[in-house]
Design a protein around this ligand. Structure first.
Ligand code: TTP
Ligand code: MG
Length: 200
């Protein structure tokens, strides 16, 4: 029997900030663009100013993208001929994006998405665990801990020079002025509830 790869699946690129998730998404998109794939890129609209913009990585790599407020808006920009759908920072879209990309993968589309797997408290970021469970391929990237140089799996939020508090709002758009990549041991959150008390 000849084993064949059927078309249509979901790839997730996840990890903390400064891990190169956008860079990796763009790398996959660019390869497919060279092959003349019919590909549409999206990102969540953080404001109302522009309908189209670009996904830009820290390395200044970029590609044209559509800014969407609602995950259903994906259907305004794709059609049957679309082969690949990529979404950066998917954690900021509404949860129905999960059903939408599931549907599209079933219809034979290749879905490439990137997003934060955890928030600044190192808790799972909204629907990301469900997305990861549904995906065929998951790439968990690490950054470099700014304190000790170990692989960083977490994002530290700093407010007024101090670690953010557990009950601070989850969404705070920003970059290195408010966030740092940290490893498990260097990551700090104030007032984190004690959920489990072990024997030592
Ligand atoms: P990312 O694209 O994940 O950050 P990045 O560009 O540094 O990472 P990469 O190189 O891997 O692409 O963007 C994260 C956005 O999310 C950023 O605007 C800050 C925001 N954010 C929150 O709103 N809440 C949080 O808890 C965290 C950790 C980030
Ligand atoms: Mg990014």
């Amino acid at each position: 029997m000849v084993l064949k790869q059927k078309e249509g699946w979901i790839e997730v690129i996840c990890g903390p900030m400064f891990a190169g998730k956008t860079e990796e998404l763009l790398r996959r998109v660019k390869r497919l663009e060279y092959a003349k794939a019919n590909i549409v890129v999206f990102k969540p609209a953080m404001d109302d100013r522009y309908a189209t913009s670009e996904v830009v990585s820290h390395n200044h790599n970029r590609t044209q993208s559509y800014n969407i407020h609602d995950s259903k808006d994906i259907f305004k920009y794709i059609d049957k001929a679309t082969q690949v759908i990529a979404i950066d920072e998917i954690q900021f879209l509404d949860e129905s994006v999960l059903d939408i990309i599931d549907y599209l993968a079933d219809k034979g589309k290749r879905i490439i998405v990137s997003g934060l797997d955890t928030d600044f408290r190192a808790e799972p970021f909204s629907f990301m665990p469900r997305l990861i469970a549904k995906a065929e391929v998951v790439t968990k990237l690490t950054a470099v801990c700014v304190q000790c140089g170990a692989p960083a799996t977490r994002t530290q939020r700093i407010v007024d020079g101090k670690p953010a508090k557990y009950h601070d709002p989850i969404v705070l758009i920003g970059a290195s002025e408010s966030y740092e990549a940290r490893c498990r041991h260097c990551h700090k959150v104030y007032r984190k509830p004690k959920i489990f008390q072990g024997p030592f």
